[in-house]
Design a binder for this molecule. Structure first.
Ligand SMILES: Cc1ncc(COP(=O)(O)O)c(C=O)c1O
Length: 736
């Protein structure tokens, strides 16, 4: 009916257009209707029927209850698939879900190594047979054919509709019940089934159904004939090896099918998560037929329940992203993976600097954890070597370091050092700056103390306007640097008038929470001159923007051609491991050593240092700073081009892989467009791209992905971004 309705629309439209060719309106929906028709044409009408039944809260496949009743009745009579029962100690269930360490560790290994890994696992469990679960959401179906692209977004088929039995190649499998060979086919594509047999069963007292056996050895293609009757318990085929089974470890994929649709010799073994309920009605749980219990069926994480548990156990001030929060169970490179095995391109996580869950980081961490993890009260080469290597990345005289556990701790210590060295307390900070979550850091963070729940700055904190070329007080690039630095000077002079000096001036080398704002030329240079002239120290907060993110330089303060007195580091330094550092000069460190010991229980521990070292190694080995420069510059250029197409884009700014895209309702007035920004972020999430907003107007898309974000990721982001920018809600209230 739907198809006919669309056909009618198309033909009526075409007819009317023929009579009135100048009337463009008559053809306005033709293209979309045509596309929809093509897409719907591919949907089997019976599948559509099951979908509708499901949507009406009915059992999707009408005869499922009949099948289940029959299966229960004959449950004890099924022959064993391997000729022996599976529910013994020889069998163990494998966790191959998206969030399992088994999957994470074995992916990327050669097949030989994977086999060794599986064998070791089975040995440890005293088992010989591994079982892969029904309805498990897996992240390793990587081929394009697993991706479904619709208006609503990209979704990958990840829900396993069969049960895998992992046993050596050559193992004989037996028909669990009498049937007829219905289809045999070699599904040769990489990651497909390889040789596959589908049996048709017509029990006297039950409905017709099919069983599928995938990843078999090629022999069966010759030995079995379509139409051949196979009695229950007879040898059907052997398990194939990796060269013939689609490139997997040897196993058989066993699946029950109640409707074969028009498939011929192949059949989906994994389903889209959004269609899970329909598919598990068509392909019911094969566990009972295999003599397995409920342990071979994967349980889905209940997001509502998890949310309630979180609300009950965590403080309310912790926020969650997105209207419908994501359940993230794994990270991999530039992707985060949810509990349904769906990959999200992570464009915001600058902590996972060298990529999420980088195996070299995991190894460095684990190897050192086996050996030693203690504090800095003993001589040990690991932390010294790391400190030397880290300090070696700075210009002289920045050659001395304190290792801490977070960016907040680094800034706390920097404040303490400044106060001790010059005996002063007053701080000069930037409007909208954020420096960390401790009390002192909130005091110096206008983003927090002037924001919701804040109580304003203490009297020792002095704020200058944000040096923001697009929206700030001074907008002429030729003079803005000096004029904003003059604001710093004014505070120094005011303090001088009160007989005080600034303890320090703290400034991020590019502004994060302020809305990804690069500093105007000359701003830091002149500000540092003023502060130093009045006896204060200059602190560069590189917690967000250090470690090559800016592309052109390893440290973002180098963009401003300055050398700070103190640099604070966090986030990317440990790729997610709690690590931070304060880098300063030998002279300042000496003056700080006034008799009071600085002790940090965890700062400088060997495990953290090994992780920090691995981050530096990976950056070098994988050329990540260069990637930030090349990919970031290319993306920025393309985003700037989009600015000409979409008036909603008011400003594109930043360096390397630290970019900001500011959305405005009107390019002239620059009125912020926070609703559009929110819509865009939510829509991109449904299209499997993670971005978020920043800035005082909540209208800046912040872009600071893991540094392994590459050219094809950037291309993908641009395509998706444009798609959403064209959607009608983005045009609402647009005053261009
Ligand atoms: C610029 C800046 N400094 C310091 C911090 C504090 O770092 P952490 O949260 O690791 O303590 C942050 C955190 O977002 C930050 O953005």
């Amino acid at each position: 009916m739907i198809l006919m309705r669309l056909c009618l629309s198309l033909t009526i439209g075409a007819f009317q257009q023929q009579n009135d060719p100048k009337n463009e309106y008559l053809g306005i929906s033709q293209q979309h209707a045509c596309e929809l028709l093509e897409r719907l044409h591919e949907v089997n009408p019976r599948f559509a029927y099951y979908l509708f039944r499901d949507a009406c809260n009915m059992e999707a496949f009408p005869s499922l209850p009949e099948f289940s009743k029959w299966q229960k009745k004959v449950a004890g009579s099924f022959h064993f698939l391997l000729g022996e029962p599976l529910n013994t100690e020889k069998t163990t269930v494998l966790d191959l879900s998206a969030g399992s360490s088994f999957s994470a560790k074995s992916e990327g290994m050669s097949l030989e190594a994977q086999q060794e890994f599986l064998d070791t696992y089975l040995r440890e469990k005293n088992a010989e047979i591994g079982v892969g679960k029904y309805l498990e959401a897996r992240s390793f179906y990587a081929a394009d054919e697993f991706v479904n692209d619709s208006l609503d977004g990209h979704e990958k088929r990840t829900i396993h509709l069969g049960i895998d039995i992992c046993v050596p190649a050559g193992t004989v499998i037996y028909a669990p019940i009498k049937g007829v060979v219905h289809q045999i086919q070699d599904n040769k594509s990489e990651l497909d089934y390889g040789p596959t047999v589908i049996l048709k069963h017509q029990p006297e007292d039950g409905p017709v159904f099919y069983t599928l056996y995938g990843h078999l050895s090629r022999e069966c293609l010759k030995q079995l004939k379509t139409g051949q009757i196979v009695s229950g318990g007879t040898a059907l085929a052997k398990i194939g090896d990796s060269n013939e089974n689609g490139g997997w470890l040897p196993h058989v994929h066993f699946q029950i099918i109640l409707d074969l649709f028009d498939y011929d010799g192949n059949y989906p073994g994994v389903a889209l998560p959004s269609r899970k309920k329909v598919w598990c009605s068509i392909c019911p749980d094969p566990g009972m037929m295999l003599g397995l219990g409920s342990e071979s069926t994967a349980e889905e994480i209940d997001s509502g329940q998890l949310l309630n548990r979180r609300r009950n156990v965590f403080g309310q001030s912790l926020s969650l992203s997105y209207q419908e929060p994501l359940i993230i169970v794994r990270g991999q490179g530039q992707s985060l993976i949810d509990s349904k095995g769906q990959f999200y391109l992570d464009c915001v996580n600058n902590v996972a600097h060298v990529g999420h869950s980088h195996p070299d980081i995991a190894k460095a961490q684990s190897n050192q954890a086996y050996v030693l993890n203690t504090n800095t009260r003993y001589l040990n080469p690991v932390n010294i070597e790391y400190a030397e290597r880290l300090c070696g990345l700075f210009p002289e005289p920045l050659n001395t370091c304190f290792l801490v556990c977070s960016g907040s701790e680094a800034n706390e210590l920097a404040l303490r050092i400044a106060g001790t060295v010059n005996g002063q307390k007053d701080m000069i900070v930037l409007e909208e700056a954020y420096h960390g979550n401790t009390k002192a850091n909130i005091d110096i963070s206008p983003y927090k103390h002037n924001g919701p729940g804040g109580t304003g700055p203490p009297e020792w904190v002095h704020q200058i306007p944000m040096p923001y070329l697009y929206r700030g007080l001074y907008r002429d690039p030729a003079t803005a640097g000096k004029l904003y630095a003059d604001e710093v000077l004014k505070i120094c002079e005011k303090l001088f008038g009160q007989g005080k000096k600034p303890a320090a001036f703290i400034c991020e080398s590019m502004l994060g929470c302020g809305g990804h704002v690069p500093l105007p030329d000359g701003f830091l240079k002149q500000s540092y001159q003023h502060v130093r002239q009045y006896g204060g120290l200059c602190i560069a907060d590189e917690v967000q923007v250090g470690f090559g993110r800016a592309g052109k330089h390893f440290w973002s303060f180098e963009l401003q051609d300055v050398v700070p007195d103190i640099v604070t580091l966090g986030k990317p330094i440990g790729n997610g491991h709690p690590l931070g550092a304060v880098i300063t000069t030998q002279k300042i460190a000496k003056e700080f050593a006034n008799g009071m010991e600085y002790f940090n229980t965890f700062g400088g521990n060997q495990v953290s240092c090994s992780v920090g070292m691995a981050v530096l190694d990976i950056m070098e080995n994988e050329g990540l700073q260069q990637n930030a420069l090349e990919t970031g510059s290319w993306l920025k250029e393309k985003l700037e081009m989009l600015k000409n197409v979409f008036p909603l884009i008011g400003d594109v700014r930043g360096e390397g892989l630290f970019l900001g895209v500011e959305l405005v309702l009107d390019p002239e007035t620059r009125e912020p467009a926070p609703l559009q920004a929110d819509y865009l972020v939510e829509r991109l999430k449904s299209r499997k791209i993670l971005l978020s907003t920043e800035g005082p107007g909540h209208n800046v898309l912040k872009f600071k992905p893991p540094m392994v974000f590459n050219h094809s990721d950037a291309q993908h982001l641009l395509v998706e971004l444009q798609q959403v920018l064209r959607e009608s809600p983005m045009q609402k209230n647009l005053k261009a």
